[in-house]
Design a protein around this ligand. Structure first.
Ligand code: AKG
Length: 250
């Protein structure tokens, strides 16, 4: 279970740094796998190329959990499993919603996005009766050391509870190619290889622009509450109109 201090800091800031969440051996194995995976993809592979508006994000390889046992081990890694249960909360068990490896090179960045003002289901942060109920918890793993200028994740602490949109959403920081380098209140999350950043997705975040040579290496696993229970059978799904199918949980 997270400690009392972790609960306090997570509630206050919206994030925690889990130091040495992965061992040096685990980091080496993941890096080795990723080197081979990235090298085996054609540069035109759509899975390697970020979607429209995120062209400057870096190289990203989606559904990475399907790429071997070292990635499967991350699903319920002991360094964060209890935190996921605590922060997603209640009887809603955490499920993996998305996962990717992100390599960020020179001049690349993740622009400012998310924030409590959005009020979407997955950008929710709630706390009631000593229970957290977060719509999405992210685990961002550093696979090499992240130092100033490396394109590290940047967060706006406390913005998961903000009622007011950050004024920087009206600036180039939020536009394609933007970064959080000059965003008021944003902090750069510097980590050592093997550390993991746990954060609630409704905290405003993105990254600094990488200005150093080399590549920032990372893996991102996103979890949310599974609260739908009814799963329709295949026969029913085959019969339904596309409009009706769109209402079903598959
Ligand atoms: O790449 C990063 O450091 C941040 C990733 C991010 O902002 C996101 O995927 O939502």
């Amino acid at each position: 279970m997270p400690t009392e201090m972790e609960d306090y800091l997570f509630d206050l800031r919206g994030y925690l740094i889990l130091e040495q969440a992965l061992s040096a051996g685990e980091v080496d194995e993941l890096n080795e796998r990723l080197d081979r995976l990235f090298a085996s993809r054609e540069p035109s592979d759509p899975n390697l190329n970020p979607k429209k508006g995120y062209e400057n994000f870096g190289r990203s390889l989606g559904d990475i959990v399907e790429c071997g046992e070292p990635f499967e081990r991350l699903i319920d890694h002991p360094s964060w499993t209890d935190h996921l249960h605590r922060y997603i909360g209640g009887e809603d068990r955490p499920i993996l919603e998305a996962c990717s490896a992100i390599f960020r090179g020179r001049d690349q960045a993740s622009r400012l996005h998310s924030g409590a003002h959005k009020r979407r289901m997955y950008t929710q942060f709630r706390y009631h009766n000593n229970e957290f109920r977060c719509g999405e918890i992210n685990i961002m793993i550093a696979l090499n050391d992240w130092r100033p200028g490396d394109g590290a994740t940047m967060v706006v602490p406390g913005s998961h509870k903000s009622n007011i949109i950050h004024p920087a959403f009206a600036t180039p920081a939020h536009k394609p190619g933007g970064s959080l380098d000059t965003v008021e209140g944003a902090v750069e999350v510097l980590m050592n290889a093997g550390d993991a950043l746990l954060f609630v997705d409704c905290m405003a975040h993105g990254s600094g622009k990488r200005v150093n040579p080399g590549v920032r290496r990372s893996i991102l696993y996103r979890y949310g509450p599974r609260w739908q229970t009814y799963q329709p059978n295949r026969d029913l799904m085959d019969r339904l109109t596309p409009e009706r199918r769109a209402f079903m949980n598959v």
